[in-house]
Design a protein around this ligand. Structure first.
Ligand code: 3PG
Length: 205
């Protein structure tokens, strides 16, 4: 694993999709207690912006980022609530223009060496590799290490307890993200104790 930015003190980042507004605060508090230092809240439901605002207030020591930023609307909402970092699944010219105006760290999504080079030309030395497993997983990251030596990656997509260390052991990986540590049944029930202990087990090997 390469030197981590302070943002990823814990190099495992839960990727969250919030289905109900009241989940936000207990979920962040539980995940902080379980040892995570950063969370990514995806803009895939209407609750994302409010959830980020609530989580930041409840857990000021955590880095609460916004994910699935694909255009102006999500960007404005994510920045408006003070997201600590921004993540996109991919990137195009319009998104790079928007990201240039961001005042927090941005991790643009890439899936190929050409996309990685484009993002590097915009100044991004740490990029999201997405969807990681569908694009060759650790083999792809190993193959990109020598020719793209300046770039580090945060892979997400298809990472789980069994393969997370294979990713984290790579020198060009700063952190991994994913949803595998979230017990969906416990989340739906609001069983925070069960959610917390499942999450802790999922990051211990
Ligand atoms: C995503 O953006 O959906 C993340 O990559 C999570 O992927 P996962 O559910 O496969 O962990």
């Amino acid at each position: 694993m390469s030197d981590m930015p302070e943002l990823f003190k814990c190099p495992i980042v839960p990727v969250l999709t919030i289905d109900a507004a009241e989940q936000a605060i207990p979920l962040a508090e539980t995940l902080q207690k379980a040892g995570f230092s950063a969370l990514e809240v995806t803009f895939r439901t209407q609750h994302a912006a409010a959830a980020i605002a609530a989580m930041r207030k409840a857990c000021p020591d955590m880095n609460i980022g916004a994910g699935t930023i694909t255009g102006q609307k999500q960007f404005d909402e994510a920045c408006g609530v003070g997201s600590d970092f921004l993540v996109s699944p991919g990137c195009d010219a319009a998104l790079f223009d928007l990201f240039e105006t961001a005042t927090v760290p941005v991790f643009p999504g890439i899936a190929t060496p050409s996309e990685a080079l484009t993002a590097l030309s915009h100044g991004y030395e740490v990029q999201k590799f997405f969807p990681a497993s569908a694009n060759g997983g650790t083999a792809m990251l190993k193959a990109m290490a020598a020719p793209l030596a300046e770039i580090s990656f945060m892979p997400t997509g298809g990472i789980d307890r069994e393969n997370m260390l294979d990713y984290l052991d790579l020198p060009n990986v700063v952190a991994v993200g994913g949803s595998w540590m979230i017990d969906k049944t416990a989340l739906a029930k609001g069983d925070w104790e069960a959610l917390g202990s499942f999450a802790e087990q999922q990051i211990r090997v």
